[in-house]
Design a binder for this molecule. Structure first.
Ligand code: HEM
Length: 457
């Protein structure tokens, strides 16, 4: 295929490489936003001594994630960092192995199946808010993390863990995420087999989750009892080559725990932050919830009558997409937009930068849930909005997450407002996912649903 011999724009060279590294470590989404604003939709840059590419136009994203997806794998760096946690789980496997696993797991995420998890989500939210008292200051980011972890555990294993076990799992996931997040930003990394204090902590964390998953696998294999949970479905799933072995089930279960709770928790934390700083949007949300639910817990069937609640989650995912960056590497030399990109290099994609692009979104930095109410999705260029990725590797849990976000918000926002200290703004802390920097401490205020009010109030 013919390709351009012109150099792509972008900050390259030794000096720029180290400068980029510093900027990227300090604020990766901010760095990428700046890169796009300065150099355009297709940029090359050096990351320390390594050449990388950044694409920021929906058409280019479509080419990499959808039309030419089979030529791009997850990067070696991503795999090396996540493998100690996730083994060969869906998030980092590739090729035929990934295809088989995705096919085996997909039925567990069909709409009819995930509808069965709505009750778990509402019950967990009800239990969580039992501890909430007016006037309390709460670490809302921790609350959301505990809540979504509880939900994914119950969906996965069909039962709750003891609080001590759940906290141990939460801590283990946290340790893993932090170390992976830190290592992502390094050029030279300590191999995970070296017995450094950090590595030993990581291995201990992994063992906690391994033991837990093993216990549930053993129990299921002994009793054969299917309680409709994800684990039972994974163990029972079969294709022409047979069933998954214990290691494969373990890898996929670990992947669902990691991929399936922090993302949703961060989305909810940002939603509370945005609602607290946009009283009109908050009032409109309350009006919708009061009118449709009148104080009762939401059900799956209610969700289609809660368009504004959905718009709040969508707009939150636009401004703060939990999975704010992803990367691919071409498996052969490829031509992208007329440029030759060598096999094995890193191509970065950032939903965060695309979502804040004024070409696709009016007032891109403003929180305006209303923009989603008149079918904006249908009018947007394809892949201008991609909080769950796109193409064959699109998030397998996207319907689960959208249902979870809406049900939790609907449950909690009926009963409580969360107030931010006056004048406080919260910056992003880009780890593996986009967290609120310094956490999110808010004051609980109780509210009573006003039955019979109009949703446009
Ligand atoms: C708001 C919440 C969530 C967001 C923003 C999110 C985002 C994403 C994104 C962007 C990807 C694609 C990554 C890439 O292309 O490199 C992805 C993949 C994935 N997500 Fe999610 N996710 C969320 C919730 C969930 C949940 C609840 C689960 C499971 C219960 C889940 C499981 C997965 C898995 C297993 C993959 C890998 C899929 C594959 O490669 O075949 N995610 N997610």
């Amino acid at each position: 295929m013919p390709y351009s011999s012109r150099a792509l724009p972008g900050p390259c060279g030794l000096r720029a490489g180290w400068r980029n590294l510093r900027a990227l470590r300090a604020d990766l989404p901010g760095f990428l936003l700046e890169l796009a604003r300065t150099y355009g939709d297709f940029v090359q840059f050096d990351f320390g001594p390594f050449r990388s590419y950044f694409i920021n136009h929906p058409d280019l994203l479509h080419q990499v994630l959808v039309s030419d997806a089979s030529h791009y794998f997850k990067t070696k760096v991503t795999k090396a960092l996540l493998r100690p946690l996730l083994g060969e789980g869906l998030l980092i496997s590739d090729g035929d192995y990934w295809r088989r696993q995705r096919k085996l797991l997909q039925p567990a995420f069909h709409a009819a199946r995930i509808a069965a998890y709505a009750n778990i989500m509402v019950e967990c939210a009800q239990e969580a808010m039992r501890d909430w008292r007016p006037g309390q200051q709460r670490r809302v980011d921790h609350d959301m993390m505990t809540l979504t972890l509880e939900i994914v555990i119950r969906a996965l294993f069909g039962e709750a863990l003891s609080p001590a076990e759940r906290d141990a799992v939460g801590h283990a996931v946290d340790v893993g995420q932090k170390q992976v997040g830190d290592a992502f930003k390094m050029v030279f990394r300590v191999p995970t087999w070296l017995p450094t204090p950090a590595n030993l902590e990581l291995h201990r964390a992994v063992r906690v989750i391994d033991d837990l998953i093993d216990r549930f696998i053993t129990r299921y294999r002994q009793t054969g009892q299917d309680r409709g949970d994800l684990l039972a479905m994974m163990i029972a799933a079969v294709d022409e080559t047979g069933q998954m072995n214990n290691t494969q089930v373990r890898d996929e279960a670990f992947t669902l725990i990691v991929a399936g709770h922090e993302t949703t928790a961060n989305t909810l934390s940002w939603a509370w932050y945005l609602l607290a700083t946009h009283p009109q949007a908050e009032a409109r949300l309350h009006a919708e919830l009061d009118q449709v639910l009148g104080g009762r817990p939401p059900t799956m069937e209610d969700l289609s009558y809660l368009p504004y609640t959905e718009a709040v989650i969508k707009e939150t995912l636009r401004l703060y997409p939990a999975a704010y960056v992803t990367a691919r590497e071409p498996t052969t030399d490829v031509v992208l937009n007329g440029y030759r990109i060598p096999k094995g290099c890193t191509v970065l994609i950032s939903p965060y930068t695309v979502h804040r692009d004024p070409r696709w979104f009016e007032r891109p930095d403003a929180f305006v849930p209303e923009r989603w109410l008149d079918d904006l999705d249908k009018r947007l260029p394809r892949l201008a909005y991609l909080p769950f990725g796109a193409g064959p590797r699109v998030c397998i849990g996207n319907a689960f997450a959208m249902m979870e976000g809406r049900l939790i918000l609907a449950m909690l926002a009926q009963r409580f407002r969360l107030i931010l200290p006056p004048g406080q703004t919260v910056a992003t802390n880009p780890m593996v996912t986009l967290r609120p920097r310094g956490g999110l401490t808010m004051t609980v205020e109780s509210r009573t649903p006003q039955i019979g009010r109009s949703a446009t109030a």
